[in-house]
Design a protein around this ligand. Structure first.
Ligand SMILES: Nc1ncnc2c1ncn2[C@@H]1O[C@H](COP(=O)(O)OP(=O)(O)OP(=O)(O)O)[C@@H](O)[C@H]1O
Length: 529
């Protein structure tokens, strides 16, 4: 009873709360259908979306299946093509094998032919004799005085007193007032008239290069009086410049540039040999030997040449290693710039020294004719050139053989060396006629003495004397192996057709005739030919 008002208040609150709950229940009951409707609507929407998704995934699946089928058919096609290609490849490789075999057969046949050609060429050279003398008559030129009406170089008639009667005969016919009548003929292996081209001259010399590559030592020299065309024959016109390769427009290049081109062409034909080619250029001036390639960097610029003096190893000269005809000619051109020249009564650009270009061929592998198998030990590199920074070939002794053998000698390294000497002799001249004095007279008398020594050596060889005076001059000493050994020696006697040179012409032709009389032993037969 005491707490009655509070109880009533609490009951009242409870009743309020129940009312509120009742009201909420009523609200909920009223909202339930709406919620149900909404729930149904949501469910329907979800169902529709799921349907749409299902149908789209079915489409996607379908398209993936189609793509997969396409890919599969493409793969099958690719595999089939690859199979076809494989078959074609197999057919190709079989064809390549057949071609390779036939290439091997052809190469073998070609090498056999090459060996046979070399054998025939050597036989031909040997048949022609180890010393061959050709004679070349140059055309009359303005400086001959007699050429009032200059004779065309294309004319077969020399217009002077020297005539090529045929391919082998020269006729000298001269009737000068107050002199005995001259009517002499000389026979040589080949006579070139004034119209004959440089090419014709080279073609007869060319087989010697094959012999050289086969390992024979070869010497080609031009002999004749001043102005008779020796330098023209050996080097070509403008012979003081670097000689041009024959492929260049000028067709009148001489033997040396043509030989350089031919030599490297022949070397490239047989890459299995790959010999090392060295070039040295020396001149004999006033009976002293000068190395025209000596190059110590500072002196080369001023164009100094070095006298070749005896050293502990003997006389040595610089031997430049070359890999192409162009490099070869560059070295020759460098040497030519230093060669002694002096105007003479005959022409303005007279060479006053004997030029000797020596080409050395060294091969590490034994060529077919070699008796001993050579070792493959490489050549020791030479010193570095201060001018070019490149390695030079080691200096080589001036006389590269010294055995009197016609074929190359094997050195201590097992290398086989053959040498080709290309010699442009200084012109013989009659001092009285040319009216020279002073140093020029000394030059002339040195030239004449060395040429006389050359003639003496040939005379002694022709007569088969026991003592051959090689040491009478530097020239004969240097050329000893070419003259007395069994190197293949080719002498080209150059003559001027002019009447005023008839005495020297007769002397040159006499020299050629004497050279022809020299008989030397044939090279020993080769073992492995
Ligand atoms: N066959 C030729 N055809 C045309 N010109 C030539 C012929 N031979 C020589 N000559 C010319 O004659 C001149 C003298 O020739 P070259 O210099 O070759 O004579 P050389 O015998 O070498 O004389 P040297 O001994 O004095 O040096 C040169 O101008 C050269 O071009």
């Amino acid at each position: 009873v005491k707490c009655r008002p509070q109880v009533w208040a609490q009951c009242w609150e409870g009743a309020g709360a129940c009312l509120c709950a009742w009201r909420a229940c009523l609200g909920l009951a009223a909202a339930m259908p709406i919620m149900l409707v909404l729930w149904v609507l949501v469910l329907q929407k979800l169902k529709r979306e799921m349907e749409a998704l299902r149908s789209s995934s079915r489409g996607l699946l379908q398209s993936y299946r189609e793509e997969y089928r396409d890919c599969l058919s493409e793969i099958v096609q690719a595999v089939q093509t690859a199979q076809l290609h494989c078959e074609a490849l197999l057919a190709c490789s079989a064809e390549a094998g057949r071609l390779e075999q036939s290439l091997r057969d052809v190469t073998e046949r070609w090498q056999r032919e090459l060996r046979e050609r070399r054998r025939l060429q050597d036989a031909l050279v040997e048949l022609k004799g180890n010393i061959r003398v050709h004679c070349r008559i140059r055309p009359l030129l303005p400086f001959d005085d007699e050429a009032q009406e200059p004779v065309s170089p294309d004319s077969s008639v020399s217009g002077g007193v020297v005539h090529a009667v045929d391919d082998e005969t020269v006729l000298v016919e001269c009737n000068r007032p107050g002199h005995a009548l001259i009517n002499k003929t000389y026979t040589f292996e080949r006579v070139y008239g004034p119209a004959e081209s440089q090419r014709a001259v080279f073609e007869d010399v060319c087989p010697l290069l094959t012999s050289f590559l086969d390992g024979y030592n070869v010497c080609i020299m031009a002999y004749g009086q001043t102005g008779s065309g020796k330098s023209f024959t050996m080097l070509g016109p403008h012979c003081q410049e670097e000689p041009a390769l024959p492929s260049e427009p000028r067709g009148d290049t001489g033997i040396i540039p043509r030989a350089a081109a031919e030599l490297f062409r022949l070397i490239s034909e047989d890459p299995s040999r790959s010999p090392e080619v060295g070039v040295s250029v020396v001149e004999i001036y006033n009976n002293d030997i000068f190395d025209l390639l000596a190059n110590d960097g500072c002196r080369a610029a001023s164009g100094a040449k070095r006298q070749v003096l005896p050293t502990q190893q003997g006389k040595t000269v610089v031997c430049g290693s070359v890999r192409s005809a162009a490099q070869f000619l560059m070295l020759v051109g460098r040497g030519l710039k230093l060669r002694a020249k002096q105007p003479t009564s005959v022409h303005a650009e007279s060479s006053r020294s004997h030029l000797v270009i020596t080409v050395t061929l060294a091969t590490a592998t034994s060529p077919p004719w070699s008796d001993r198998s050579a070792s493959a030990e490489p050549c020791q590199p030479g010193p570095r050139s201060p001018a070019t920074g490149r390695r030079q070939s080691p200096p080589v002794p001036l006389r590269t053989r010294g055995h009197g053998l016609g074929r190359a000698a094997q050195d201590r390294l097992g290398q086989v060396r053959a040498t080709l000497q290309l010699v442009d002799l200084a012109g013989s001249e009659c001092a009285g006629v040319s009216g020279v004095t002073g140093p020029a007279l000394r030059e002339t008398s040195c030239i004449n003495r060395s040429l006389a020594a050359l003639s003496d050596v040939l005379g002694a060889l022709a007569e088969g004397r026991g003592h051959i005076p090689y040491r009478n001059s530097r020239l004969t000493h240097l050329l000893q192996d070419a003259l007395g050994g069994d190197a293949k020696l080719q002498v080209i006697v150059c003559v001027s057709p002019g009447q005023r040179h008839v005495v020297e012409t007769l002397q040159s032709l006499g020299f050629g005739a004497r050279a022809r009389q020299v008989e030397r032993g044939h090279p020993a037969p080769r073992k492995l030919r």
